[in-house]
Design a protein around this ligand. Structure first.
Ligand code: ZN
Length: 191
């Protein structure tokens, strides 16, 4: 289960010395350590990780990230594990709540999907009404919109309208250059 149809070779001889290949299905500390020493490996890995939020969270060693576009079909949660993209809440609950329910002969917990649909509608309405939160972190100012879109104003005057559409590798580089961007992403609940 890869994020993208793979154009890259399954086995890239450039990475033989790492004894590892860039694989999006398991992001761990080992892959991160290789990325730090080999930019080519980081490029190849980010090309396989579809979601810049996941890659940004991976870059800073966070264990989870928020994926607004695709809530968990089981619990409707937005937080996912960086490691394998599985639902964070379900991972924590597994063997607890649902196990208790199973033992009691009940089906696993499900929330009503209507609630999340209403939530999406209200977010769209608020975005149309021009609602947003703005905060400055050092030389970086960010605007967070109800849809989750994050607009970034850089020190050189450049404005990135939607950081969620920027390549994850680029977000990693930006966090290296501007540590305050990392604080901004934590505030925006990227991870
Ligand atoms: Zn879940």
């Amino acid at each position: 289960m890869t994020d993208k149809p793979t154009r890259q070779p399954r086995h890239d001889p450039r990475f033989v010395l790492h004894a590892a290949q860039p694989r999006a299905n398991k992001l761990d500390a080992r892959q991160r350590a290789i990325c730090k020493v080999d930019p080519a490996f980081a490029d190849a890995l980010s090309a396989r990780v579809n979601d810049p939020r996941r890659f940004a969270a991976f870059a800073v060693g966070a264990t989870s990230y928020i994926r607004m576009a695709e809530p968990c079909p089981r619990c409707e949660g937005f937080r996912r594990r960086v490691r394998d993209r599985s639902c964070y809440a379900c991972h924590l609950n597994r063997g607890r709540d649902n196990f208790e329910r199973m033992r009691a002969g009940l089906s696993p917990h499900k929330l009503r999907s209507r609630d999340s649909q209403l939530d999406v509608l209200s977010r769209q309405r608020r975005e149309k009404a021009g609602e947003f939160l703005e905060r400055t972190f050092g030389s970086v100012t960010v605007k967070l919109f109800p849809s989750g879109r994050l607009e970034v104003h850089y020190p050189d005057g450049y404005v990135e309208p939607d950081l969620g559409k920027v390549d994850g590798r680029r977000v990693w580089e930006l966090m290296d250059m501007l540590p305050e961007l990392r604080d901004a992403l934590i505030w925006a609940r990227w991870f």
